[in-house]
Design a binder for this molecule. Structure first.
Ligand SMILES: [Zn+2]
Length: 183
């Protein structure tokens, strides 16, 4: 790959060309990661580089630039606490990451897709009951009896519709368990 790849119109390699205040999270949500090696011919030798990117609606953004953009957006939208809560949630529920940096990248991606607003997220009820009870969409709720904890709890229509092998994530303990709907 020639270094011209790095200058193609689709590639964003610096934050200074971006007006972060005008972006929406939809603009920067990650469709997939990109990774490309390329060489640059110097006077005496070829140099080899590797570029990690994030494919988004606004282009293929170099990974560290993408991180900076999303960090700035979280700050601009006063969502620092929400981001911290999401990080804490994944640490607590057993997310395994090799490094702090890898963990941050993963949580930034989840934040950008607004996972906390998705009634189909397995932890939608538990996370929002703890951190954002006012944000739970009550029109999506279904009452179920969970066999694991032997008690009633709330799930969402989305989770019920995509139940895997007739199992639902328990709103109390988080395990996937058999259940029945409470009329
Ligand atoms: Zn349970």
């Amino acid at each position: 790959m020639r270094n011209s790849y790095l200058n193609s119109a689709d590639c964003i390699n610096a934050i200074d060309r971006i007006d972060v205040s005008k972006l929406t999270f939809e603009d920067v949500r990650v469709h997939y990661g990109t990774g490309r090696s390329y060489t640059v011919q110097g006077n005496y030798e070829k140099k080899y580089f590797y570029r990690n990117g994030k494919k988004t609606n606004i282009g293929d953004i170099e990974e560290s630039v993408w991180r900076d953009i999303v960090r700035q957006m979280i700050s601009i939208h006063s969502e620092d606490e929400l981001f911290q809560n999401l990080s804490a949630w994944y640490s607590e529920t057993g997310g395994v990451f090799r490094t702090k940096s890898e963990q941050e990248l993963y949580i930034l991606e989840l934040h950008a897709v607004r996972i906390f607003d998705d009634p189909g997220w397995c932890d939608y009820i538990r996370f929002n009951q703890r951190y954002r009870p006012d944000m739970i969409d009550e029109g999506r709720l279904v009452t179920v009896w969970m066999d694991c904890c032997q008690k009633e709890g709330l799930t969402t229509k989305e989770l019920y519709e995509k139940r895997y092998g007739e199992l639902l994530p328990c709103p109390h303990c988080g395990r996937y368990s058999t259940f029945h709907i409470v009329e």
